[in-house]
Design a protein. Structure first.
Length: 284
């Protein structure tokens, strides 16, 4: 990998995503210094202990010297962080985020004149696991995974290029989408699967012998143990796209139920054939 230095990188939120970013940057020597902030004392301590940051602080304003500031916080904390960062960030700081919902923030930015507004580049790594904190962080968490960037017409080109380069350094594959495209894709490819996993986990818990579950059930419910506060937050902030995805899923499920009730073998066969073709096309 070509050695790139991003100067001082500040990470707000030292959970799974934030700590993984720090581990990667420090592991490949891509930053002069990595500093962090988290509201949780244990998260700050874990991030320092495991080497995700050079130093962590109790207040966010200690990250004012960051050349690139990464806001790895839940969707509902992003706007408050942007407002606070606007006060302490140095003039030429570049700011990005990792939030899984994009539209509402960029709509807000149209009406709130941040000093670094043009140098904010929306981002979302399509990676993670069922872990909840720094203890589950991994330096290769983003390896080979898509990382969506959502620049707008107002986005500074050099800021976008810097964040694009940072994403490559983290091992991910940058993909540029509009905020609307991102939220629709995230609702179907990330948010809906979490809903399905949660439903299956609860249905399985009502069985007398859930230990009968096989590999397919375990695969489908892997993320059911993810942070409940975070996912309730995500579903609220992306509610329109999540509701739309749930409606589409509900319709397809109802059609499947009709075919099962009517013992329509051919319809069921075509249903699974279509699924197999879709999965094959996805792999290719």
């Amino acid at each position: 990998m070509r050695r790139v230095s991003y100067g001082t990188v500040g990470i707000v939120g030292l959970g799974l995503i934030g700590a993984s970013i720090g581990l990667r940057l420090r592991g490949v020597g891509a930053a002069k210094r990595v500093i962090g902030f988290d509201v949780s004392p244990s998260a700050r301590a874990d991030a320092v202990r495991m080497g995700a940051v050079d130093a962590s602080y109790e207040t966010l304003n200690h990250l004012g010297d960051a050349d690139i500031l990464v806001l790895a916080v839940p969707p509902d904390a992003l706007i408050p962080c942007l407002i606070e960062a606007d006060v302490f960030c140095k003039v030429n700081s570049i700011v990005t985020d990792t939030s899984s919902v994009k539209g509402y923030v960029l709509e807000w930015l149209k009406t709130y004149p941040l000093r670094f507004g043009p140098r904010f580049v929306g981002g979302h790594p399509m990676a993670g696991n069922e872990g909840r904190g720094a203890a589950d962080a991994k330096a290769d968490l983003f390896e080979g995974r898509s990382w969506v960037l959502t620049p707008t017409q107002a986005t500074d080109k050099s800021a976008y290029e810097a964040v694009h380069s940072l994403v490559l350094t983290l091992g991910a594959k940058p993909l540029t989408l509009t905020p609307e495209e991102h939220d629709r894709h995230a609702a179907i490819l990330s948010h809906l699967p979490h809903a399905i996993a949660a439903i299956l986990a609860q249905m399985g818990a009502n069985l007398v012998h859930p230990e009968v579950a096989g590999a397919s059930w375990n695969d489908l419910t892997r993320v059911a143990g993810s942070n409940p506060d975070l996912w309730a937050n995500i579903f609220t902030t992306n509610r329109h796209e999540v509701a739309s995805a749930l409606e589409d899923f509900e319709f397809m499920l109802s059609e499947l139920k009709k075919a099962v009730d009517a013992e329509q073998h051919q319809t069921l066969l075509e249903f699974f054939q279509a699924a197999a073709r879709a999965k094959t096309a996805w792999r290719n």
